[in-house]
Design a binder for this molecule. Structure first.
Ligand code: ZN
Length: 119
């Protein structure tokens, strides 16, 4: 995976600093362009999914964050691999590499999540 492609689209100095700090439960997930906070009343580590709260604005500078692309990610992979593709997520190599990073959406969607015109 090309690390440089996974640079968060909103990266004010405080956001970048806190994303790097493991004590702060804020995350950027490049494949779905999501900023989220882990909610800590979830199950202990390894005992189930940890609920998250998506972020729509930067908590430090107030800037609007880019629209997350989770629906589009699911739509694309469903079209490519069939509607049961979620069963393949743990199968190595089953998901196209572009969909494990931000490569699939770079240049395709604007800040508000609208698809850009081709060409
Ligand atoms: Zn910010």
């Amino acid at each position: 995976m090309n690390v440089k492609r996974d640079v968060p689209p909103h990266g004010c100095p405080l956001m970048l600093a806190f994303l790097e700090d493991e004590r702060v439960p804020i995350h950027y997930y490049a494949p779905e362009r999501q900023y989220a906070i882990t909610v800590f009343n979830g199950p202990p580590d390894g005992e189930g999914p940890h609920p998250i709260q998506l972020l729509f604005y930067c908590p430090w500078c107030g800037a609007k964050l880019p629209m997350e692309l989770g629906d589009q990610w699911h739509e694309d992979l469903g079209a490519l691999l069939g509607e049961d593709f979620l069963l393949l997520l743990d199968v190595e190599g089953a998901i196209p590499a572009a969909y494990e990073s931000d490569e699939w959406w770079q240049g395709r969607f604007d800040w508000d999540g609208n698809q850009l015109a081709a060409g």
